[in-house]
Design a protein around this ligand. Structure first.
Ligand SMILES: *[C@@H]1O[C@H](CO)[C@@H](O)[C@H](O)[C@H]1NC(C)=O
Ligand SMILES: *[C@@H]1O[C@H](CO)[C@@H](O)[C@H](O)[C@H]1NC(C)=O
Ligand SMILES: *[C@@H]1O[C@H](CO)[C@@H](O)[C@H](O)[C@H]1NC(C)=O
Length: 522
């Protein structure tokens, strides 16, 4: 028997079981539902518990379940969007339903579905309880609805003729059409399920291959800007690679020049193009805006290799300026960064920004002909006058690796709350040891000072540089209080095993926008 048919029969049996006419199939953890049990709803969302989850799974072939906790802030933020998504889907009579489960109140369910943070969203298809799909869409109503539509229906429109194809291409800024005669389309449809900001079509019609000048299977991206079209030919032998196609679509859907702002920020990083070229301008100045022409002209040969980004110095982008050690008055300015190595580059001499100077700068960096620069503040005249010594990039080496001193350094970021919380303990520690000749307690703002020895990945980071040769560095992993700090110092840079713990730290400031549902830790 066809396994789908079997499944349908099982589901039917299950449904009749609910009406008390027979024992439907049940999960091992499920308690028998009460006769005629009605699943309660709140704002169009099914409210499930360990008894009713199985019931809902049997009734709804496409069910998105949010595991939430009453104390979880991100869950509260998601709630109105989640209800709005339910309303959108109900209005178009979509088959997908939305539900929620109070995780802490239903520990058996939280355990069964391995929920370790809130909110966690899982998508159940055809009542399959053992293999739900993790929700990967954005935390807003239209995104949730679209993510589900692309799973309930087809993620790509079937195209039969040129008229249909033209209509689809005209309807959106970015349209992707798979022209497939030999290849299996499953990979293409899977990519289309997740690329919510693009519209997808699919065809096997020879006349459409001909109309669009194609001789073999190809994915074509049509866009209403820049080059207008880009082709991704599919290798007949190797087939379509999901990762390669996703990357192609991300790369080619980006504008040649992207303006840096809250909306584009997630895309800029999602594009996985490691080299970024940034032009800092003051958009209120006509003379600066004119530079964009040359900047854009230089971009096409670097597509996929270097992402061209414009940063308006007047638009709340101070933290980007600080990251590059730039002041707004220095605009227009070019900077280049590899976001993986975080190496930053500046042009050697300040030339006018033209297509050729921009291209020459890129080639110089990519060809290895330029040295990266590191940020450092100037050494403050009173850097060693307080109990906590102030270090910057320029005096770090000399102080930290002084072979006659045991040096304990806090690497912090001005915006980091964990750093602020531990500041009093750090001051108290410095006060306590200020008369110890060979102990130095210091701090360094790691967002304004970059070191050659290592890069600081999380804030705060505490490191101990014991006296003696060999440039030894010991990472501090204990509790951040005076008592434990003192124990560590008195013990020569070691803590008893039971006091070593991992503590929270944050690698980056809060990003302006979250592309997926943010979670609260348990
Ligand atoms: C659920 O899905 C998984 C993976 O597709 C499959 O192996 C399993 O047999 C399914 N279970 C049921 C009850 O259909
Ligand atoms: C941008 O230029 C305008 C006009 O000269 C000036 O008033 C403004 O302060 C500049 N913005 C920044 C952030 O420097
Ligand atoms: C992004 O996440 C942070 C916490 O991770 C949250 O405070 C903020 O409100 C979120 N922003 C948006 C636009 O959802």
């Amino acid at each position: 028997m066809d396994s789908r048919l079997l499944l349908v029969l099982l589901l039917l049996l299950g449904a009749s079981g609910l009406r008390g006419q027979g024992p439907g199939p049940r999960g091992p953890l499920e308690e028998p539902p009460e006769e005629e049990e009605e699943v309660p709803e709140e704002d169009g969302i099914l409210v499930l518990n360990r008894r009713t989850l199985g019931l809902a799974l049997r009734e709804h072939p496409a069910l998105l379940v949010e595991f939430y906790a009453p104390w979880c802030g991100h869950c509260r933020a998601l709630a109105p969007e989640y209800s709005k998504a339910a309303a959108l889907l109900a209005a178009e009579a979509a088959k997908a339903r939305l539900a929620k489960v109070d995780g802490p109140a239903e520990p058996e369910l939280a355990e069964e579905f391995a929920v370790t943070e809130y909110p966690t969203l899982k998508f159940f298809r055809d009542g399959n309880r053992t293999h739900p799909e993790e929700y990967t869409g954005p935390p807003e109503a239209e995104g949730i609805a679209e993510w589900l539509r692309r799973r309930v229906g087809s993620s790509a429109t079937q195209l039969e003729d040129e008229e249909g194809a033209r209509a689809l291409i005209d309807a959106a800024d970015v349209v992707v059409i798979g022209f497939f005669q030999d290849q299996d389309v499953a990979t293409f449809l899977a990519v289309a399920q997740d690329a919510l900001d693009m519209t997808f079509g699919l065809t096997d019609r020879p006349q459409l291959f001909q109309k669009f000048g194609l001789a073999k299977d190809t994915v074509v991206i049509f866009k209403k800007y820049d080059e207008g079209r880009a082709d991704f030919p599919v290798d007949k032998e190797l087939g379509l690679d999901q990762g390669a196609l996703s990357r192609f679509l991300l790369t080619h859907s980006m504008h040649l020049v992207t303006e840096f702002n809250r909306k584009t920020f997630p895309k800029i990083f999602a594009a996985r193009i490691l080299n970024h070229l940034l032009l800092f301008v003051n958009q209120t100045l006509a003379a600066h805006r004119e530079l964009l022409t040359g900047f854009r002209e230089a971009a096409p040969p670097f597509r996929g290799q270097v992402l061209f980004v414009v940063v308006d110095v007047g638009a709340n982008n101070d933290y980007v300026l600080r990251y590059f050690g730039l002041k707004a008055e220095e605009a227009p300015a070019l900077r280049f960064i590899n976001i993986e190595t975080t190496k930053k580059y500046a042009p050697v001499d300040k030339q006018p920004v033209t297509a050729s100077s921009v291209a020459a700068f890129c080639h110089a960096v990519l060809g290895g002909g330029l040295k990266p620069y590191r940020l450092s503040q100037e050494v403050p005249p009173d850097w060693d006058q307080r109990p906590v010594k102030t270090l910057v990039g320029k005096n770090f080496e000399q102080v930290a690796f002084d072979e006659t001193k045991n040096v304990f350094i806090k690497f912090y970021a001005p915006w980091c709350t964990h750093c602020k919380e531990m500041a009093p303990a750090w001051e108290a520690l410095a006060e306590k040891y200020k008369d110890h000749e060979n102990i130095v307690i210091a701090e360094l703002d790691a967002t304004a000072n970059e070191l050659e020895a290592f890069s600081v990945q999380a804030f705060p980071t505490l490191k101990y540089f014991p006296a003696g040769p060999g440039r030894k560095v010991i990472e501090y992993k204990g509790t951040r209080d005076l008592e434990t700090f003192s124990k560590f110092l008195d013990n020569g840079g070691e803590l008893p095993a039971e006091e070593a713990t991992e503590l929270p730290g944050h690698p980056f400031p809060e990003t302006p926008e979250n592309s997926t549902v943010p979670k609260d830790e348990l």
